[in-house]
Design a protein. Structure first.
Length: 283
């Protein structure tokens, strides 16, 4: 097996949000109401896309934010600016979630800065389109699973001793876990694993008063797709196959993460929300 556990590598992904045109919409759409006042959240992949929108909304609702990101320093700094503009504290944590050592250090950094962790948002992910299963290299297969599902195990393991009653874990899965995707075989497989992980972890932790849920977005306009995560042919009609006929924006997904993090969802665990433009899926 290719050992990439400590490898931070540069390629087209995750991509820079600041280079996109049009820019993804991250701004919260309504005033805050203090639903996360006094909370500390760690959001992975928070430099751009859905992660940035979640960080912005959580900050507006009163949480301090750990912004975990891989490579895009300028985007991460912009997310910090956004969080601080909401009057909350922000901590940049540069780490590869595919490395257990880096995940352990990330939690240590967060606790050193804020003294607690109340919400863990496992959002970071990567995808690489391939038209045939034989095109998927061993390195890509291992890397995709390390980032998309191993990282969720690593961060949850590191955070678990510090999560108290009332804490919440929210995992980002995908519509591809339910509908499949012929060009994203390895990515879709990890997203299916995330659904099973969410349901099983919920069963494991619900007795401790820790809720575990997931969000399964449909096609959302983030750097992930235009920076190499989708084929050029797919990008030409990105999101048009949804009932709404368009891709979603990150700030249309973030409220699902907020709902699952706060007391509004106090009777929900092991569930998946589906902000996907109206596509009906079984699950």
């Amino acid at each position: 097996m290719v050992d990439t556990a400590e490898m931070i590598h540069e390629d087209a992904l995750p991509g820079e949000e600041r280079t996109l045109d049009p820019k993804p919409e991250y701004e919260p759409r309504y005033p805050g109401s203090g639903r996360l006042k006094g909370k500390v959240a760690l959001v992975t992949g928070a430099d751009s896309g859905i992660g940035r929108a979640v960080a912005a909304l959580y900050a507006r609702e009163g949480a301090d934010i750990g912004i975990l990101y891989l490579l895009e320093d300028a985007d991460a700094e912009e997310t910090r600016r956004i969080v601080e503009a909401e009057g909350r504290r922000a901590l940049l944590i540069k780490a590869d979630v595919g490395s257990k050592k880096m995940c352990d250090r990330a939690i240590e950094q967060l606790l050193s800065e804020f003294g607690q962790i109340d919400i863990l948002v496992n959002n970071a992910g990567e995808q690489h389109p391939d038209k045939d299963i034989t095109d998927i290299t061993e390195e890509q297969l291992v890397r995709t699973f390390q980032t998309n599902i191993f990282g969720m195990f690593y961060l949850t393991q590191a955070a678990r001793p510090h999560l108290k009653t009332g804490a919440a874990i929210i995992n980002c899965t995908s519509i591809t876990a339910y509908a499949g995707s012929k060009e994203l075989l390895d990515y879709s497989s990890t997203k299916g694993a995330i659904v099973a992980f969410t349901r099983s972890l919920s069963e494991n932790l619900v007795g401790e008063g820790i809720r575990v849920n997931a969000v399964a977005p449909g096609p959302i306009w983030t750097p992930l797709n235009p920076c190499g995560g989708a084929s050029p042919e797919k990008l030409e009609t990105f999101g048009e196959n949804t009932p709404m006929g368009r891709p979603g924006q990150p700030n249309e997904v973030a409220p699902s993460f907020l709902f699952l993090a706060c007391e509004d969802a106090s009777y929900m665990s092991g569930q998946v929300l589906h902000p996907n433009g109206g596509t009906v899926v079984n699950g």
